[in-house]
Ligand binder design. Structure first.
Ligand SMILES: Cc1cc2nc3c(=O)[nH]c(=O)nc-3n(C[C@H](O)[C@H](O)[C@H](O)COP(=O)(O)OP(=O)(O)OC[C@H]3O[C@@H](n4cnc5c(N)ncnc54)[C@H](O)[C@@H]3O)c2cc1C
Length: 495
């Protein structure tokens, strides 16, 4: 940590005195400062700017840095990484700050590179692609394209960046039509571990890795992606609320009427949440089951009737546009998941092909007991995401580092709690893994399929990137080639 004192001192000097008076430290921040563009900024701990770009969605195992660089242009990223590499200083790109994997906590000093000021979307004259800057939020992408009568696949949450989800594959409402967010990539500009800026496309060996394991290989300053004409503006949702005694029936109905062995209709999405609503049921969480349909003013009764027949305690249909979807499921800008509320938010994800109604009952019982009103985890949320999959399965599974095109459901308990030290963290970890183990056993699988972007952090690289030997070998070989010193190793490291 001696370096920290030196660098901070140098930094303060660098920003406040004439260059000729600057002391030389091990790492001369003046060196970096002189190479950055006039609009780039450097923030130090104690400043409000530093606090603003360091606050995160989850306070469990947060990355720590001594300096935040806010690049204004691509070259600022290049210079910052060259600087960090030259002095062997750890660095990490920071964007929508919703990354919550505990491996991020391994960064205990260094430079954070907050890319959020590099934001913008430019549609190509032929209307077939758009170039998105590295720090653009998903909502900015959606809104900009919408205004031009276009769409592409983005993550669903409005406050998450475009590239954070994309580099791990990226799930979104339109994936049934077009594939994952990463499947839309056409080319990208990426700054590698040594500060080299590369423009890459399908002919680069790195291309494969950027689509699923991209956080391990570089900072993406811009990406050109496929965009599509806006075919349907209108979407509808039906929210059916159930008490926990209906859990088996609800998920059996989901298998039989929606998932249908992995052939869920392309214009239909099913999501559900479990959360405590004591005024309705003080004994266990309620089930909010969402059936979402594209291109209609009301969800077709062939999808909703089997669920209405189970006996929900409330049914709420709504109609609107694509841009209402995030609000309907509580992940719009004003919703709690977008707030930095000082909470720990670990998730324990597992991909599955279908629901096992018996396992759903088991995990309901466990979740209900562990998140009751007197528990520190009472604010938790269990998430079940059933997107349509045609577009994802249509892409050659070997074409990307993303490994789980065969699965149809993304399931994750989000154990939300007030940080209270290692004992509580350990309780959360044990509970989350216990729940996930029940799901894995219920699937009959021996291996764990885990979405890297939801991962807790104690999974293995095989769980994040696929257990096939060829995937692991390829990923490690690319890592050795492009990042031999393991500079990009804080987010689900490949090795
Ligand atoms: C409320 C909520 C909703 C979500 N919804 C979705 C969803 O709909 N679909 C989905 O797939 N995932 C979703 N996620 C998961 C999401 O993909 C991850 O949380 C992701 O890490 C968020 O990226 P970020 O930029 O917001 O976070 P950050 O913590 O800023 O970044 C996460 C990681 O990505 C790296 N990174 C970010 N930008 C770049 C870049 N330009 N170049 C290189 N590396 C970069 C960072 O270095 C970091 O390692 C959601 C998460 C939450 C909390």
């Amino acid at each position: 940590m001696r370096w920290f004192t030196t660098l901070t001192a140098v930094a303060v000097w660098a920003l406040s005195v004439p260059a000729t008076c600057l002391p030389r430290g091990d790492a001369d921040l003046k060196d970096l400062n002189s190479k950055l563009s006039s609009k780039a900024r450097i923030y130090l701990p104690g400043s409000s700017g530093f606090a603003d770009v360091s606050a995160r969605w989850s306070e469990l195992e947060m990355p720590a840095s001594n300096i935040s660089v806010v690049p204004a242009i691509e070259k600022d990223v290049v210079e910052t990484i060259k600087f960090a590499s030259k002095y062997n200083i750890p660095f990490l790109a920071v964007n929508g700050v919703h990354g919550s994997i505990t491996t991020l906590g391994r960064m205990d000093w260094g430079v954070s590179i907050y890319v959020g000021e590099m934001s913008g979307v430019k549609i190509a004259p032929d209307g077939k692609t758009a170039t998105i800057l590295g720090g653009t939020m998903s909502k900015v992408v959606t809104d900009t394209l919408w205004a031009a009568g276009k769409q592409t696949v983005t993550g669903t949450c409005e406050c998450v960046s475009y590239l954070g989800p994309a580099l791990g594959g990226g799930h979104g409402w339109l994936q049934g039509h077009h594939g994952l967010v990463a499947d839309q990539f056409v080319s990208m500009n990426v700054v590698l571990a040594d500060g080299t800026l590369k423009t890459i496309g399908p002919s680069s060996d790195l291309w494969w890795a950027m689509k699923g394991a991209g956080h391990n290989f570089g900072v993406v300053t811009s990406v050109t992606v496929k965009i599509y004409p806006l075919v349907h503006q209108n979407w509808a949702i039906e929210t059916l609320m159930f008490t926990g005694d209906k859990v088996k029936e609800v998920y059996q109905a989901a298998n039989d009427n929606l998932l249908k062995g992995g052939t869920q209709d392309v214009n239909v999405i099913n999501w559900s949440y479990w959360f405590n609503l004591p005024q309705v049921d003080p004994t266990g969480p309620v089930i909010a089951f969402y059936i979402i349909q594209e291109g209609v003013g009301a969800v077709d009764s062939k999808y909703t009737k089997p669920f209405r027949d189970i006996g929900p305690f409330s049914v709420e249909p709504a109609a609107g546009t694509y841009r209402d979807l995030a609000g309907w499921v509580g992940i719009n800008l004003d919703a709690p998941p977008c707030a930095k509320a000082g909470l720990a938010n670990p998730r324990f994800p597992i991909y599955l092909e279908k629901y096992n109604a018996t396992a759903q009952q088991q995990i309901y019982n466990l979740f209900a007991k562990a998140t009751n009103a007197s528990s520190p985890f009472a604010g938790s949320l269990f998430m079940f995401e059933g997107y349509s999959m045609q577009g994802v399965k249509a892409v050659d599974a070997a074409s990307a580092a993303y490994a789980y095109r065969g699965d149809n459901l993304l399931i994750a308990p989000l154990l939300q709690y007030q940080p209270a030290g290692p004992v509580r963290d350990a309780q959360a970890k044990q509970l989350g893994n216990e729940i996930r183990e029940l799901l894995r056993k219920g699937s009959g699988r021996t291996d764990l399929h885990s979405y890297v972007n939801y991962a807790y952090g104690d999974e293995t690289a095989k769980s994040w990137y696929g257990s096939e030997a060829w995937r692991q070998t390829k990923l490690k070989a690319l890592k050795t080639k492009y990042d031999p010193k393991g500079r990009f190793s804080f987010y689900a490291p490949v090795a």
